[in-house]
Design a protein around this ligand. Structure first.
Ligand code: F6P
Length: 354
């Protein structure tokens, strides 16, 4: 049995842990040959593969990034304006690949679902620091990103307190607020702003003003996709020609300017950016990634293809790949952590709520 493995989309702590687990499990349980496809689907397009044996995956459990490389935009169905999927499938067949384990986010899974039409068994493993994939309670990489943001909040809290400043910390997360919510709680943020809860700048300024008088500092954790109620004052509206605030980053800078106009305190903004995606995965992410990888290998061995490994009610399971394509999981407005935040007086930047 020859099985391919690729990592697609943005990198994420824990990718190497999955590669290691899939490779080890397949070699040890059924003596499979494992073939690494380089740079996501680009490796199929450009015909770049290399064998993965036990030696190749030794010592990579704790390493950030992906030893296979990845690519954000390599889509065989639309590569530089052409559909090269049939050639990719032909190449995979010429390599004797019966199945491919694909580690990626929603975009990669949508491509993989489509690619299964060529009769190559596809098994997906969900990856994203954003934790926003449908049908899985957790994606690996998220815990690491939360730890990085919480650490940043810890550090910024002491400098905010010393200088009596308002500190804004912008997290990643695309259109979902999971990272900002969990890290904001873990790092003791006074205000947490999420894409799911449109903010009111005057409500945020009011929180800062009250704290100016007493605690004399404010820590604000803002998700990159957060936007004001009514939709004005986005980054897109401040940067000519751009319409995607998430791709640009910088909502923290927009808020900084708006708060400076309303407060006497100094305001500083920190955009954490790709720091949240780099470096060694947390123990939780290493274990989750290993569990996902082993389960993916089990699905391959059992011939159960076109499925995505997920975490459901705390157990590793799988769902049809078709179910995942084209949707994201945002923070529901009745999520218990939102209630927890409100109960301890964390502001979600909503007007009329103290
Ligand atoms: O989906 C992961 C993620 O890190 C998002 O949180 C962020 O919006 C985006 O990718 C950044 O993408 P890029 O690495 O292409 O700048």
């Amino acid at each position: 049995m020859r099985i391919g493995i690729l990592t697609g989309g943005g990198d994420c702590p824990g990718l190497n842990a999955v590669i290691r687990a899939v490779t080890k499990a397949l070699i040890k349980t059924c003596g499979a040959e494992v073939i690494g496809i380089e740079d996501g689907y680009l490796g199929l397009i450009e015909q770049r593969v290399r064998p993965l044996d036990l030696r190749a995956v030794a010592g990579i459990l704790t390493r950030g990034g992906t030893i296979l490389g990845t690519h954000n935009a390599a889509n065989p169905f639309n590569w530089q304006g052409r559909d090269v999927s049939a050639q990719c499938a032909e190449f995979a067949r010429s390599q004797g690949l019966q199945a491919i384990v694909v580690i990626g986010g929603d975009g990669t899974m949508a491509i993989s679902h489509k690619f299964s039409q060529y009769g190559i068994g596809m098994v997906g493993v969900p990856k994203t620091i954003d934790n926003d994939l449908l049908h899985t309670e957790r994606t690996f990489g998220f815990d690491t990103a939360v730890a990085v943001v919480a650490d940043a909040l810890d550090r910024l809290q002491t400098t905010a307190q010393s200088h009596h400043r308002v500190m804004l910390v912008e997290t990643m997360g695309r259109y979902a607020g999971w990272i900002a919510l969990e890290a904001g709680l873990a790092g003791g943020a006074d205000v947490i702003l999420l894409p799911e809860v449109p903010y009111d700048i005057d409500a945020i300024a009011e929180v800062c003003r009250r704290r100016e008088a007493r605690q004399r500092f404010t820590l604000i954790c803002v998700a990159e996709g957060a936007a004001p109620a009514g939709g004005s004052m986005t980054v897109a509206s401040t940067v000519e020609g751009s319409h995607d605030p998430v791709r640009l980053g910088g909502v923290a800078n927009v808020l900084k300017l708006a708060l400076e106009q309303r407060l006497t305190s100094e305001v500083r903004a920190t955009i954490l950016g790709h720091i949240q995606r780099g470096g060694t995965p947390t123990p939780f992410d290493r274990v989750l990634a290993t569990q996902f990888g082993v389960h993916a290998a089990e699905l391959v061995r059992a011939g159960q293809f076109n499925r995505l490994v997920v975490l459901r009610e705390g157990r590793i399971a799988s769902v049809p790949l078709a179910d995942v394509a084209g949707g994201i999981r945002t923070v529901p407005l009745d999520h218990p952590l939102l209630t927890v935040a409100r109960s301890i007086g964390v502001s979600l930047g909503v007007a009329g709520v103290p």
